[in-house]
Structures are given as structure tokens and as C-alpha cells.
Design a protein around this ligand. Structure first.
Ligand SMILES: NC(=O)c1ccc[n+]([C@@H]2O[C@H](COP(=O)([O-])OP(=O)(O)OC[C@H]3O[C@@H](n4cnc5c(N)ncnc54)[C@H](OP(=O)(O)O)[C@@H]3O)[C@@H](O)[C@H]2O)c1
Length: 499
């Protein structure tokens, strides 16, 4: 459900529209599990959109939130799993009430002002999961809200401990803006004169090699097809990228070095890191050591890193160069903007300059959805080669994936196994387990294969060499249409992180 919500009133209108839709359709919910059937889900979307359209014409929406008898409107409060609240919405003299139960296992802190402005630590969109219960029946859905005001800025933590940055299960409250940078940051960049060109004796200098785009650069507006023989996809930048890799979020020190080396030794050729993960040095070291040990050549490894909102995007040239320096592998195959930010266009254009210099090969985005892409793409010259978003059987992004692919952009899924803290439930899902048993493979392999068959590149994270190897063995079996459908039916719209 992509909708524009430009004012505080609309935030609540959207919330309210959901409530209206839920009450209209709650009779279709599965009483025992609270899960929806896919048919009901699309009816609900249509009803919500209709209600939202009608209500958007009106003004003066107001909301109050009560927890128990306490009116917590205008106060900061924590929603944890099972938190119950009453939401009252008034629109042009009409008012209605709903009891809501917060059912996500990740904590969220929101502040609802008397005007109905929901504040979180970032401007942009946020999603709050609500479950509405009526008698025996309950329906859950994620409500998308537009965050129009942000809380005061907190200093950025460059060690990757930025609150809310991929800390599954950490319960880090989303209270503060961390990624906005400070006014005036825009001018803080001091460009380094050409001294850091990586064409010294580094493994894989930026000198063009075999994998450089040739004359057969693909049509940039056509969905890129996966080649299951070479296990690669041709990006719109002309470079080949492996379709399965290793994610390195939360891996540090020796554990990170060992995981990356183990992956390279097992044939993994795609490594995902980020400035915010605080492990680019370890990733770089593992790649250099593997090259020295003759396990891989630099040109055969595809390394993705990302720069983070806030001060990094405010001074993009310095931050991009810092990533290159920390990785120290000559060039970076792809750099992503980690999240949308007020300086994202500026940062993207800075990456374009590094591409021209041969220090970076392809550009991509992370956590960009339909609305964000629609607004962003007209402002830049290079179509991103890749968008990396949360995708797993419980959060399938079925509307977003084809939208991105039809732009000729490759989709890569993060948290393919649900993310830490959620893997047990996903890997133990009865549908997935049954399919795994039928093929004699693991649940993880089924989920990763399901992604590949949907045209989604996978970067499962692991520090376990057996899992790392298992996660590469995805090409000796395939899922039938019926099996794909059974997994598709597991979608709950259940995000496992806030962005
Ligand atoms: N762009 C973004 O905003 C963003 C956000 C989040 C993540 N990411 C990227 O996406 C990557 C993947 O996400 P993630 O690592 O957080 O979560 P994930 O891949 O969904 O799950 C990782 C968990 O799965 C376990 N696991 C891996 N393979 C397994 C197997 N074959 N069998 C059983 N368990 C298995 C791992 O444990 P073991 O270590 O024991 O194997 C680990 O606990 C990250 O590493 C990061 O590179 C990007």
C-alpha cells in the first residue's frame, strides 16, 4: 500500500482507514490464527484505499491514545509485544474508537501529539504493526505512517552502534533521529586531492579487467534474468554479480574474518558489508588473505558496501573514500546508500564521480521502496543497478519486487532467513519444513531457493562454516510452481526491522 501522506492529519487518516478496513473485513479472518487469506488481504487494501480517499478530503483529524485509562497522547510510550491501547480518531466532528494490540516482537517508541503527529527517530515512512481484536477474531497488519517531525538529533555513532541500525532483537528504542546530520554539514566536505587513488599494488586494482562491461551491456529497462548455470546476473551497469552471497551484519573481528574466508573457500563470491557494520576492515583483510592464499582472485569477488545517512551522506566524498580505505581491496564492486536521507541525491552523485574514476563499479540503494524510488530516480543520472530490501517468506514485498525489477534493477533481499531472533520460527515453519523434507534439503536452502526463483539475490548472514556452505548449495534442486505458491501464501507483511 503506497500512499502519500503529507500532513499530520493524514497520518491518522491512514491509520483510521486501516481501522475502517479492518472492521469491514475482520469477519474473514482466520479465528484461530489471526492470519489472513490472500484474497481478504487484497479486498482489505482496496477498502482501506477507498476509505483513505474519502477521508483525505476532510481536514482536522485528531487522535488520542489511551493505554488503560491513562491518556498518553502527547507522551512518549513504549509499545512492546502485547501492549494494548485505545486509539480514538476524530475527523470533522465524527469520532470512532478502536482497541489496538501491538504484536511485533521489536520494541517501538512512538510519540503521538494532540495533532496526531507520530514521531520516530527518522523522518520518512515508518511502519507500526497493529492487531485489531474483535471477539474471537483478530487481524494484524502493518500500518504505514508518514513521519513528519523528528526528535532532536543525537550524535552519530560511527562504530555501527547507531540505534536502530540492524540490531534485530536488540530492542533498541527508536527515540531519536540519528541519521539527519546537522544543518551546515553540507559544506563540511573537504575533498582530498587525488592522493588516494587505489592503483598501487593492491589486490585487484581498479584497472579494468575481464568483468568490465563489454559491448553486450544489457538493456537497462528490461528485467535482468538470473543465469542459474553461472550463478550470476548481469547488472544494468554491465557487470556480472553472483546471485548468492554472504551477509556480514553483526560479524566482527576474527569471527568476521573467518566467516568471509570460509565463504570464499566454499565458493561464495558475493560479500555484503556496510560502513555501519563496523567490519569493512575485517572483510577487506579476509579477502586480501584469501587472494594471497590463492583461494580467489580479486576480480572474482563482488564486494558491496554502503554509506549511512547523517554525517556520512552529508560529506559523501570523504565517507566513500573512507570505505575504500578500510576495505583496502583496490576498488569496490558496488556502493549502496544504506537508507534514504536528506542528502541522498548528493551522496549518490558523489558515488557517480567515484564510478567515473574507476574506484567503484556499480551503484545501488538500500531500503528504497516504490514511493522513495519514484521520487528519487528522476533526480539522478544513473539508474541504480540494485536495490537491497527486507525480503523473506513472512515479508515478501510482492508489490515492490516487480516494480523494481521492471525498471531493470536487480533486487537483493536482506534478512532472507528472517534475521537473528526470527530464524527459528521461519526455519521451523511447517510449510517450509515439509517442502525441505520432500527435497532432502534444509529449510534455509528452500527459502534461499524460493528467493532465487523469484529473481531475488540472497545474502544470508552466518558465522558457521557448515551453514555458509549449505547456503551455497541451492542449484541441485528446484521448487515446483505449487511449492512456490505454498511459500507465497505465507506472507504476513511482517517486517522484522523498522525500515
Ligand atoms: N541494507 C540493510 O538495511 C540490511 C539490513 C539487514 C541486513 N542486511 C544484510 O543482509 C544480511 C542478511 O541478514 P542477517 O544476517 O541479519 O539475517 P539472516 O541472513 O536472515 O539470518 C542470519 C541468521 O541465520 C542463521 N543461519 C544462516 N544460515 C543458516 C542455515 N543454513 N541454517 C540455520 N541457520 C542459519 C545465522 O546463524 P549462524 O551464524 O549460526 O549460521 C544467523 O543467526 C546481513 O548480514 C547484511 O549483510 C542489510
Amino acid at each position: 500500500m503506497e500512499r502519500k501522506t503529507n500532513s499530520a492529519g493524514k497520518v491518522i487518516i491512514l491509520f483510521f482507514a486501516f481501522m475502517v478496513a479492518v472492521s469491514l473485513f475482520s469477519g474473514h479472518a482466520d479465528a484461530a490464527s489471526g492470519k489472513k487469506t490472500s484474497g481478504v488481504s487484497s479486498s482489505r487494501t482496496a477498502a482501506a484505499e477507498k476509505a483513505a480517499k474519502q477521508l483525505q478530503k476532510q481536514t482536522g483529524a485528531k487522535a488520542t491514545i489511551k493505554i488503560g485509562k491513562k491518556n498518553v497522547t502527547k507522551q512518549t510510550y513504549s509499545l512492546t509485544k502485547g501492549s494494548k491501547a485505545t486509539l480514538k480518531v476524530s475527523v470533522s466532528g465524527w469520532s470512532g474508537k478502536k482497541k489496538i494490540t501491538y504484536s511485533s516482537s521489536s520494541k517501538k517508541i512512538v510519540l503521538v501529539t494532540a495533532k496526531g503527529v507520530i514521531k520516530t527517530r527518522k523522518t520518512g515512512t515508518a511502519k507500526i504493526k497493529v492487531t485489531v481484536k474483535g471477539g474471537q477474531k483478530s487481524v494484524s497488519a502493518w500500518v504505514k505512517v508518514k513521519v513528519v517531525k523528528k526528535s532532536p538529533a543525537k550524535p552519530e555513532q560511527p562504530d555501527g552502534n547507531t540505534p536502530g541500525t540492524e540490531k534485530p532483537g536488540s530492542g533498541t528504542p527508536e527515540t531519536e533521529q540519528t541519521g539527519g546530520g546537522n544543518p551546515g554539514d553540507d559544506t563540511s566536505e573537504t575533498e582530498k586531492p587525488d592522493g588516494n587513488t587505489p592503483e598501487t599494488e593492491k589486490p585487484g586494482s581498479s584497472t579494468p579487467d575481464d568483468s568490465k562491461p563489454g559491448t553486450d551491456t544489457p538493456d537497462k529497462t528490461v528485467k535482468a534474468e538470473f543465469n542459474f548455470k553461472t550463478k550470476t546476473v548481469k547488472l544494468n551497469s554491465g557487470y556480472e554479480m553472483p546471485i548468492n552471497g554472504l551477509g556480514t551484519y553483526s560479524l566482527h573481528g576474527e569471527e568476521c574474518i573467518n566467516a568471509v574466508k570460509s565463504a570464499l573457500a566454499s565458493g561464495v563470491r558475493l560479500i555484503d558489508t556496510a560502513s555501519a557494520y563496523g567490519n569493512e576492515e575485517e572483510v577487506g583483510q579476509a579477502i586480501r588473505e584469501s587472494i594471497e592464499e590463492g583461494i580467489v582472485k580479486r576480480k572474482d569477488v563482488f564486494v558491496i558496501t554502503k554509506i549511512y545517512p547523517g554525517s556520512e551522506m552529508a560529506s559523501p566524498k570523504n565517507s566513500i573514500q573512507a570505505c575504500l580505505d578500510r576495505l583496502d581491496i583496490g576498488y569496490v564492486d558496488m556502493m549502496l546508500l544504506h537508507h534514504p536521507d536528506r542528502n541522498d541525491v548528493k551522496a549518490y552523485k558523489a558515488i557517480e564521480e567515484f564510478v567515473k574514476d574507476g574506484k567503484i563499479r556499480s551503484i545501488g540503494l538500500s531500503n528504497w521502496y516504490v514511493k522513495e524510488l519514484t521520487e528519487f530516480l528522476p533526480q539522478v543520472d544513473t539508474t541504480p543497478a540494485l536495490v537491497q530490501n527486507e525480503i523473506h517468506p513472512y515479508y515478501q514485498e510482492n508489490d515492490v519486487i516487480p516494480f523494481i525489477q521492471d525498471l531493470g534493477i536487480v533486487v537483493q533481499g536482506w534478512y532472507p532467513l528472517g534475521g537473528r531472533g526470527h530464524t527459528a520460527e521461519l526455519l521451523g515453519d511447517p510449510v517450509i519444513s515439509a517442502i525441505a523434507k520432500d527435497h532432502g534439503v534444509s529449510s534455509a536452502q528452500v527459502i534461499l531457493r524460493w528467493n532465487l526463483q523469484k529473481g531475488v539475490v540472497v545474502i544470508p548472514g552466518s558465522s558457521n562454516p557448515d551453514h555458509i556452505k549449505e547456503n551455497t548449495e541451492l542449484y541441485h534442486f528446484s521448487l515446483t510452481e505449487d511449492e512456490m505458491d505454498r511459500i507465497n501464501a505465507l506472507d504476513r507483511g511482517e517486517k522484522h526491522d523498522w525500515y
